[in-house]
Ligand binder design. Sequence first.
Ligand code: AMP
Length: 397
Amino acid sequence: MLNKKTVDDINVKGKKVLVRCDFNVPLQNGVITDENRIVQALPTIKKLIQDGGKVILCSHLGKPKGQPLPEMSLRPVAVRLSELLGQEVVFAADDNVVGDNAKAAVANMKEGDVVLLENTRYRAEETKNEDAFSKDLASLCDVFVNDAFGTAHRAHCSNVGVTKYVDTNVVGYLMEKEIEFLGNAVNDPERPFVAILGGSKVSSKISVINNLLDKVDTLIIGGGMAYTFMKALGEEVGDSLLEEDFVDYAKEMLEKAEKKGTKLLIPIDTVVANEFSNDAEFKTVDRGGIEAGWQGVDIGEKTAKLYIDALKDAKTIIWNGPMGVFEMENFAKGTKAIAKALAELDATTIIGGGDSAAAVNILGYGDKMTHISTGGGASLEFLEGKDLPGIVAADDK
Ligand code: AMP
């Protein structure tokens, strides 16, 4: 399936290798609160060190919008990375990313050395994919490796622009893993193939719903988007999240599923609350029973049972978006039940980034899933069937 060259297809001995990582980690007062993205980048970095490359790493962090904001410096990442690798990581602290520090650090590199550049978004050109910065980055290296799946849906200097000025462009192991799991699941899944979609809005997942309806055997809908589907079926949804403008679209999707013989499951009961708060009064009502003054905040127990039953024989499952307002303890039960069911299944289970990945990890089922995507937006665009510029830019095999 993967027709892109990877780090296994090149010889980097003695060469300067620029690696675009996704070190966009959450920071609180300079302390990294979740190092998962750094850990996920290690296999590629270690491979390049072992092969005798001069490993120059770059990444963005947050949205400094072209300003060298000290609170978004990658320095804490250099410190932690150095501990994880057990070797020095030289941090090139240039406000213009490719400045005197970076150039000197790279000139001094020996085989197996590691340098980390400053936050690529300190440069305003980065997100506009402007040539000047792409050329600066390319001037540092002989080979470019893209291992940042999280930004693969964006065409920026450090993942796409730079490839115009470097002869050898490949993807790293993390990128390879993401493409294989998400790509195979969508294009060549072992069946039955079930997708679970939740989260807040239909509008943000229109193309995902449409594309997945062409591929899956069963599509399960939960979360805030379920109420727009209920409305499309002519039911009242009280004060629940509702996107009036997308009711017709939901109708179309229901019709499409019917025509294709694809099962499309909507909640048969709902936990409703009298306000959007964990301290609200709440109860469970059957389908069609959401009254004014109440809003849906989670799937009910009967629905959870129905969904778990629909998952039982599945061989491939993709999950994107929580079943309810999982951040509030009282309304996390539906999401928990689905996460637990997935963890216990003998199937390929793929969690598509963002909130669902966070939910699965918070609930302690992270290591029970086959694959948890590191990219929220990128994995969604993948599931929409779009080509991601960060992948397209790598050399074909
Ligand atoms: P998304 O980013 O679209 O995946 O949406 C994730 C968000 O959807 C989470 O913050 C959930 O709290 C929220 N969400 C899930 N179910 C509901 C619901 N029934 N009403 C309002 N928000 C919800």
